[in-house]
Design a protein around this ligand. Structure first.
Ligand code: ZN
Length: 399
């Protein structure tokens, strides 16, 4: 038997019989349980996808398939029905919708267990998500075999997890699956994330796994949404971790030459005098920002938070990450999202020099005149820390 033998009219005739008998009788007659994960959508109604496919199959070789003859799920039933032009969906998809808001809500409502470290939450799911987000940012395949995923996740847990929380990568994947963020294509019998049975299910099945398609599409197509998730995860779970190392380990660093203009972008300015020994001035105010600053810039889509300008260069958009409380002695500001602004080069210079500062109402102030310039632009997932703003006002007014 092969579901690839199905034809669209066979499926329609199974749907017709389903409607005639009613769902309960249809499932009972052909010996199917109700679908848990995959539903066929037709004419505004939901159908149990596996039962419909199995019954439709009787027109291939004269008898309907029984439930135990084949597995349901994405790789079999969902794919076969999709190939015939039917819409196949999941209950969570129908209820939740696929908006960035719902995705962020799901990130904020991750159910993470208490860590062995007092007061902390386990980092398994956040690390699994960062790993997947980094892969999405680089354009890698959405789903990965467990043989490859497990060691990668375990090494992240080893390096960035809390001591004593364990290195098992099976549970976070299962939790994320049941939370509606993760995909295990081809499986609709996924166990809950507890006990050795769940772990052995993962080892036995060695599933492909990765972000759900709609999540993957959102974080691939909308880097600002991806960066919002990254910043929220960093803020919620990794305040005491070296963020540069974590972002590098999860590939959430800009690819070389992807966005930041390189030295060869420097523009030679000539003075216009056509002499052989013409003077060449090289303007090369190149800011190599941290990986964290790159995430902040992504959240703002490279718009300056003071003037709103978004510079576009031949290599893509350009903005600079400005530290509010300066790094290094004597100020010792931290490299954390709340200590960063996304600014155009002009406003970066004015802000660093203390000509512009920002008050507690997030209004930019011209320090020499005391005049209010503008309310600064904000983006979801990134808020300047009032303590760092107060520090910046202090050093600006003193200078
Ligand atoms: Zn600006």
């Amino acid at each position: 038997m092969a579901l690839s033998d199905l034809r669209r009219e066979m499926v329609l005739s199974a749907i017709e019989e389903h409607d005639k008998l009613g769902r309960d009788a249809f499932l009972k007659v052909y010996g199917y349980g109700p679908a848990r994960d995959y539903f066929l959508l037709y004419d505004g109604k939901r159908y149990d996808s596996k039962a419909i496919a199995g019954v439709a199959h009787r027109e291939v070789d004269g008898r309907p398939l029984r439930a135990k003859d084949f597995s349901g799920g994405n790789d079999t039933v969902a794919r076969a029905l999709s190939n015939l032009g039917f819409e196949v969906t999941r209950p969570s998809d129908i209820i939740d919708g696929h908006s960035p808001e719902n995705l962020l809500q799901k990130i904020l409502t991750l159910k993470t267990a208490a860590s062995a470290t007092p007061g902390a939450r386990k980092r398994h799911q956040p690390l699994t998500l960062l790993w997947a987000l980094g892969r999405a940012a680089r354009g890698y395949d959405r789903v990965v075999s467990w043989v490859d995923a497990a060691p990668a996740l375990e090494s992240l847990l080893q390096e960035f997890g809390h001591p004593g929380d364990g290195l098992h990568a099976e549970f976070p994947v299962l939790r994320l699956y049941h939370h509606g963020l993760w995909d295990l294509p081809g499986h609709d019998d996924v166990p809950t994330a507890s006990g050795s049975a769940a772990q052995s299910w993962m080892r036995r099945n060695q599933p492909l796994s990765g972000l759900r398609s709609w999540v993957h599409d959102l974080v691939t197509d909308q880097p600002a949404v991806r960066a919002q998730i990254v910043l929220r995860l960093l803020d919620g779970y990794f305040r005491d971790v070296d963020r540069e190392e974590l972002l590098a380990a999860t590939l959430l660093t800009p690819e070389p030459n992807a966005i930041t203009p390189g030295p060869d972008e420097a523009t030679p300015l000539r003075d216009g005098t056509p002499t052989p020994s013409r003077r060449v001035v090289t303007i090369n105010r190149l800011i190599r920002d941290s990986a964290l600053a790159e995430q902040v810039k992504l959240v703002h889509n490279y718009h300056c938070q003071i003037c709103g300008i978004r510079l576009t260069t031949r290599r893509g958009p350009y903005a600079e990450g400005a530290h509010i409380r300066p790094l290094g002695t004597p100020h010792n500001g931290p490299d954390e999202p709340g200590n960063l602004l996304c600014l155009c080069p002009n406003h970066h210079v004015l802000f660093d020099g203390g000509t512009i500062t920002i008050n507690d109402e997030l209004v930019a102030i011209d320090v020499p005149t005391g005049q209010q310039i503008t309310q600064i632009r904000l983006a979801d997932g990134h808020t300047p820390d009032p303590r760092h703003l107060a520090y910046h006002r202090h050093i600006s007014e003193d200078s």
